[in-house]
Structures are given as C-alpha cells and as structure tokens.
Design a protein around this ligand. Structure first.
Ligand SMILES: CC(C)(COP(=O)(O)OP(=O)(O)OC[C@H]1O[C@@H](n2cnc3c(N)ncnc32)[C@H](O)[C@@H]1OP(=O)(O)O)[C@@H](O)C(=O)NCCC(=O)NCCS
Length: 177
C-alpha cells in the first residue's frame, strides 16, 4: 500500500470511484459522470484541501503494481468542528484489509500533525465501515439526527493521543513540486 496525493491526472480513477456502487450507496451521489467533471471535482475539493491545510484525501495504490484502489484521508467540513476520516475503495479491492491499513496510516499522520482528535461520520447501516472504525479505536459516538438533506449519521470520535500505527506512510510531494 502506497498513499500519495491525488492529481488532476487521476480523473479517470476518480470517475470510477465516485460511481462505484458502494460509494453511491454509503457516501453519496456527487453527480460526476465524465472524466472532465471528475477532474473539476478533484480541483474543487481534494486539491483545494492540500492548498488550504497541507493535507487531505490521498490515493491508495497497490504496492505491487501501482493500481489505484481507493482514497483515504482527512476532510474538514463546515458541518463538523474537527477533521474527519474518510475512505472508500473500488469494489474489487474491498475485503483485503487495505482500508484498515490506509486508515491506520492516516490516524498516524493526524498524530504526527498533533491533531488532538479526529471524527468520522457513517450511516448506521454501513456495517463494514463501522467495523473498520471500531478496529481503529473509534469508540465514542453520537447519533446526528436526519436532516432534509442527509439521513441520520453516527458521528464517531477518536482521541489520537498515544495511538501508534505505522502500517503505511503518506508520501508527500518533494519540496517545490
Ligand atoms: C468501508 C470500506 C472502505 C471497508 O473496506 P474493507 O476492505 O471491508 O475494510 P478493511 O480494510 O478493514 O478489510 C476488512 C476485511 O478484509 C479482510 N482481510 C483480508 N486480508 C486482510 C489482511 N491482511 N488484514 C486485514 N484484513 C484482511 C478481513 O477479513 C476483513 O474482514 P472482517 O472485518 O470481516 O474480518 C469499503 O467497504 C468501502 O469502500 N465501502 C464503500 C464506501 C464507504 O462506505 N466508505 C465509508 C463511508 S463512512
């Protein structure tokens, strides 16, 4: 597993991920239907986060052959007080432990960046994701009631003091890149 920053050239992968059945079901429909729209989506969200915060969501690549498998990282939403952990894999790569490996690396990154706490939001029927969060040590949670736009969501939090995880590391671009 290798984590790296996404780039505009990852548009085709992003188009596939945003239209993966698991993403549509458990994250949402971003209504991105072409590679050009996917590049625009990247630029308005994930790439902007790198500029604003210095980090964000990363691409998870299979170590053997560089196959893009999914994304994992931290997002800052206006609706939440702290960064939250996000992740999604293309269906063929689920069920192999890759999401856990990537998410553990992001928890380690949050610790290195001295974020005291990270959150995660998840639909109550997303058993795979809840299992992953609990493996990572997310234990505190409260139910955010449904709104006009969103179903009810569990909001998990993890105090990251004393968490140690070194399964994978984030590869930041070289200085000046
Ligand atoms: C949520 C999601 C990322 C979880 O992916 P995942 O591959 O199931 O998660 P993990 O990396 O923890 O892998 C878990 C399974 O891989 C299996 N596995 C195989 N080899 C493994 C290994 N070497 N190490 C760990 N697990 C391994 C385990 O049996 C485990 O299943 P279990 O929990 O029943 O024991 C994935 O279901 C997904 O992309 N869903 C759609 C998007 C989504 O819901 N995102 C989250 C929104 S909140």
């Amino acid at each position: 597993m290798h984590l790296r920053r996404l780039q505009p050239s990852d548009g085709a992968f992003m188009l596939a991920l945003l239209n993966d059945p698991g993403f549509l079901r458990f994250v949402g429909d971003r209504e991105v239907r072409s590679e050009a729209q996917a590049v625009d989506y990247l630029q308005r969200g994930i790439l902007r986060s790198y500029a604003e915060h210095g980090f964000g969501m990363y691409l998870c690549e299979r170590r053997d052959d560089g196959a893009p498998m999914g994304i994992c990282g931290l997002v800052k939403r206006d609706s939440l007080p702290d960064f939250d952990l996000g992740y999604a894999l293309l269906a063929p790569f689920a069920g192999h432990g890759y999401a856990l490996e990537a998410a553990a690396a992001i928890v380690a990154e949050a610790s290195q960046r001295q974020l005291p706490r990270i959150l995660a939001i998840v639909q109550p029927d997303n058993a795979r994701s809840i299992r992953l969060l609990e493996k990572l040590g997310f234990a505190d949670r409260y139910l955010q009631p449904a709104t006009e736009d969103d179903c009810a969501l569990w909001v998990y939090s993890l105090s990251i003091d004393a968490i140690e995880s070194h399964c994978a590391t984030v590869h930041e671009p070289d200085a000046g890149a």
